[in-house]
Design a protein around this ligand. Structure first.
Ligand code: MTE
Ligand code: MO
Length: 197
């Protein structure tokens, strides 16, 4: 293990890039695949992109550490894909949209605040470190929310739902922290009742 300096509390740098998820790796059916932005949109309508259509959206790169709540941190991952802010320009959220639910294949989900979605480093990633994502790391597209614990970085993402009230996602319903800031070690839901440090 290298130096843990500069990492959030309790984190370490592992060898390689671990694969971590609940359930099986979904099988990709490109002809049936789409990505939807729905819920509390400004227009009241949803938008949907097929796989070839998604390829036409403007692309960007984000370099950031990636922190799993099981305590490994991947330092300096170079992600490439479509910024969440780009999606929000294409499909503006309604004025009263405060949160976003990220939905994956098989119903895995994670909730984040609209401010997390619009943070500027949140993206829909297709590549990491210059290589296309492999199926076990979330291909064809995964969310990356680098400033939060990685269970919020939903692999195999299929839908982005704007919400006008917060709702807990898959792990948030099962004992994990609603906000998941690694710098505050917001790991477990029981910490939500603690006074801020
Ligand atoms: N769809 C889906 N996305 C998921 C998960 C999952 O179970 N299902 N696990 C999360 C967790 S807990 C982590 S740490 C990261 C791991 O990403 P990696 O396997 O690319 O390292 O994916 C996140 N995204
Ligand atoms: Mo994780």
């Amino acid at each position: 293990m290298g130096s843990d300096e500069g990492l959030p509390p309790g984190q370490y740098v592992p060898r390689g890039w671990p694969v971590l998820h609940y359930g099986p790796v979904p099988k990709l059916r490109p002809e049936r695949w789409d990505l939807r932005v729905h819920g509390a949109t400004a227009s009241g309508r949803e938008r949907r992109w097929t796989w070839p259509e998604l390829d036409t959206l403007p692309r960007a790169q984000v370099t950031a550490d990636f922190h799993c709540v099981t305590k490994f941190t991947i330092p300096g991952a170079r992600w490439e894909g479509i910024l969440a802010t780009t999606l929000a320009e294409l499909v503006p959220p309604a004025e009263d949209a405060t949160h976003v639910m990220l939905w994956a294949e098989y119903g895995y989900s994670a909730n984040i605040r609209m401010t997390d979605f619009l943070a500027g480093t949140t993206l829909l990633a297709t590549h990491r470190d210059g290589e296309r994502l492999t199926p076990d790391h979330g291909a064809p597209v995964r969310m990356v929310v680098p400033h939060l614990y990685a269970w919020k970085s939903v692999k195999w993402v299929r839908a982005i739902e704007y919400l006008t009230a917060d709702r807990r996602g898959f792990w948030e319903e099962r004992g994990y922290h609603n906000l998941a800031d690694p710098w505050r070690e917001q790991r477990y839901s029981y910490q939500e009742d603690e006074p801020p440090a």
